[in-house]
Design a protein around this ligand. Structure first.
Ligand code: G
Ligand code: G
Ligand code: MN
Ligand code: NA
Length: 256
């Protein structure tokens, strides 16, 4: 309850900020976009990671308000970068969407409004939904995902490979990108199992015309193996940890 009250206050006082982690082409190293990751700068000086407050925000419904703020902030920022660093295709922004947010009836309209206000093309917005969330969607939410897709917005499955999804169910969703969970990437070099699973995911994605993003790349060995396996895109500490907008702007100056 203390955390809930703190969160309410933090939303009112705007104590949150968005950090950005580069998503890069594994063949060229060029930056293709960023994943937006929220941080909480508590008045005490502590920076709380999302793992500590997102679950509470979800339980209390505060994730809705926080989620709108993150989406707006991230779209606004990518709009600035698109102008500052013209690029073909334009820089994309990945934003995490919780299953709770998917239940909001005005989701589609609000997202349309944000795209209009920030002026970014719809295909530059990529919404990340975890594999387990996707599997729990009801038909109204599925319809809405299709409507988002019809607007040109791209859909990614986050933490792919961890959610026990049945492949037949996966076929029902208009998915553009699979993000390979970092637990598989971290096993590269340790054992062969990670590699086999990644190979299977890449084959699945190819057969359905989906893109692949490998998450949590930390070593040159992992990078090399992922290239061999045919992953086009990746993110991880090897390239950059999530950084504030100022540092991200510096990276753009170097890498675009
Ligand atoms: O760096 P990291 O600690 O940033 O993020 C931990 C987890 O928190 C990630 O798995 C991510 O899914 C989640 N997360 C980060 N930012 C957001 C956000 O804006 N919305 C939602 N729903 N989840 C987020
Ligand atoms: O949304 P998702 O669950 O994918 O959130 C990404 C999380 O992974 C964030 O907490 C981010 O800080 C973290 N992360 C990003 N790159 C790496 C990495 O290379 N190694 C590790 N251990 N974590 C990472
Ligand atoms: Mn994510
Ligand atoms: Na993930």
């Amino acid at each position: 309850l203390q955390l809930e009250n703190d969160l309410r206050r933090a939303i009112a006082l705007q104590e949150f900020c968005v950090h950005y982690q580069p998503i890069v082409s594994l063949s060229t190293g060029q930056l293709s976009g960023f994943e937006a990751l929220v941080r909480w700068h508590h008045a005490s000086g502590i920076i709380y990671p999302p793992a500590e407050f997102i679950p509470v925000a979800e339980e209390t419904g505060l994730i809705n308000e926080l989620g709108w703020w993150v989406l707006q902030e991230a779209c606004h920022q990518i709009g600035i970068w698109q102008q500052q660093f013209p690029h073909t295709p334009p820089l994309a922004i990945n934003v995490n969407l919780s299953g709770v947010q998917l239940k909001q009836v005005n989701l589609l309209n609000r997202i349309e409004d944000i795209l209009q206000e920030t002026g970014i093309p719809s295909y530059c917005l990529k919404l990340e939904i975890t594999e387990s969330c996707i599997l729990e969607t009801v038909s109204r939410e599925e319809k809405m995902l299709k409507q988002l897709k019809a607007l040109g917005i791209q859909l990614c499955i986050d933490d792919f490979g961890t959610g026990y999804s049945s492949l037949s169910r996966l076929h029902e969703f208009p998915i553009d990108t699979l993000k390979i969970d970092r637990s598989f990437v971290s096993r590269i070099g340790a054992d062969n199992c990670g590699v086999e699973i990644i190979q299977t995911i890449v084959t699945l994605a190819r057969s359905r015309g989906m893109d692949i993003v490998a998450e949590g790349i930390e070593t040159p060995t992992q990078l090399q193996k992922l290239r061999e396996l045919g992953c086009e895109l990746g993110q991880g500490y090897l390239f950059s940890k999530p950084v504030d907008s100022e540092k991200a702007t510096e990276l753009l100056g170097i890498k675009v």
